[in-house]
Design a protein around this ligand. Structure first.
Ligand SMILES: [Fe+2]
Length: 388
């Protein structure tokens, strides 16, 4: 019997393309139909959209279990309907209609969510399923353009069933219309599933992309801090290292006002599991005007003061946020805060971030929908930041 095991889910949104993925129980053909969405008026129900003309059909006839189809030729910041067809011999599945929206162009506001640690670590729900579903559903209510994850989304990345149990199962309704990005945490264990199930830009464990006025850069901190050396590095964060050179190349050629870097291990956290060796990267962040660094690993929420050269700097420092998200564990905050700590709380949570050309707003929201922290930054065309 043919069934859809994961998805459909969305990957790599650009202004003109979208990648649709899904997994089937048997090898099957892949086809995505894209339809134009028309805004119509319906009296008291207000405006909504419906699928109209077929925009195009994108297919691959080679049977496979993990399907990856890239839709091309789309308009920027535009909503489309899509449906997938997948077939194994006489078994056929038609997914019905879902929506996606292509990436915002420069000058167009957008929003994204951030969470992590969905691999069943929470002191509030060790099974993970209930908390994860609540947080995914909450995030969906904010209708973000993209969803960012900061690793440890599974308990054991090498176990195929973990990806369904902790991530693609509870996240299904969210991922069907919200493109997702993630990074490697220690619990993903650099497993092949990460590379098979995500279509991030190569080499996938580190990559970058533009969205609206933001430049996102994902690093693989589990490669910088290897398992056998954890929590120390082996002196690899210097020119000549592939990731270091990639980071510098991306930042030195960036043409977006906002620069957001995310990776799993936190260089600044007043809880356990701080990985101080990663501060070797901070001078690069500072040199090229990175605005926000997002980490997880420590299963709490914490926002640093703006920091430059290891000191508080409200004139032009960088804010580091640990979004331990779904895995909240009160015992992981140490009894006293550190000098770099601005705000922290150990509750299940996610971030909702809104980006316009000159303003970035971060809201930290718990699994009940309560706002418990905010950060607002204004940034001039010359790169001067104000925390407002
Ligand atoms: Fe971790």
């Amino acid at each position: 019997m043919l069934s859809i095991m994961k998805g459909p889910y969305l990957q790599n949104p650009t202004e003109h393309t979208m990648t649709v993925m899904w997994e089937t129980s048997l090898p099957a053909t892949s086809r995505v139909d894209v339809l134009l969405a028309e805004r119509i008026h319906s009296g008291h129900q207000g405006n909504y959209k419906q699928p109209v003309d077929l925009f195009g059909t994108f297919a691959n006839e080679s049977p496979t279990r993990i399907h990856q189809i890239t839709v091309e030729g789309l308009e920027p910041g535009t909503t489309y309907y899509y449906r997938i067809y997948t077939q194994h011999e006489s078994y056929k599945i038609d997914s019905g209609f879902y929506m996606f929206k292509t990436a915002a162009g420069q000058g167009e506001p957008f929003s994204f969510t951030v969470t992590s640690e969905t691999g069943g670590y929470s002191g509030f729900d060790s099974s993970g399923g209930r908390i994860n579903r609540r947080i995914f559903n909450r995030m969906k209510q904010y209708r973000p353009d993209i969803a960012l994850f900061v690793g440890d989304v599974v308990h054991d990345g090498k176990l195929a069933e973990d990806w369904d149990k902790y991530f693609f199962g509870p996240g299904r309704d969210y991922f069907v219309d919200t493109p997702i990005y993630s990074c490697l945490g220690n619990h993903e264990d650099n497993a092949s599933w990460y590379y098979d199930l995500f279509a991030f830009p190569e080499p996938k464990n580190f990559y970058a992309f533009y969205y609206g006025d933001a430049h996102f850069i994902c690093l693989d901190s589990t490669d910088l801090i290897r398992k056998e050396d954890y929590p120390c590095s082996s002196g690899v964060m210097s020119p000549g290292n592939a990731q270091y050179d990639f980071l510098e190349r991306e930042l030195s050629t960036s043409n977006r006002r906002w620069k957001i870097v995310y990776f799993h291990y936190p260089p600044y956290i007043s809880g356990g599991y701080q990985v101080e060796d990663l501060r070797q990267l901070c001078p690069v962040f500072e040199r090229y005007g990175v605005d926000l660094v997002i980490n997880s690993h420590t299963i709490v929420y914490e926002r640093s003061h703006p920091l430059t050269q290891g000191t508080v700097d409200y004139d032009n420092g960088i804010v580091y946020i640990v979004a331990g998200g779904a895995g909240a564990m009160p015992g992981w905050l140490l009894p006293k805060r550190e000098w770099h700590t601005s705000q922290s709380l150990a509750v299940p949570h996610f971030l909702q971030v809104v980006v316009t050309l000159d303003r970035l707003e971060v809201r930290a929201i718990d699994d009940e929908g309560r706002l418990f922290d905010t950060l607002r930054i204004r940034k001039s065309a010359e790169g001067k930041r104000d925390y407002i």
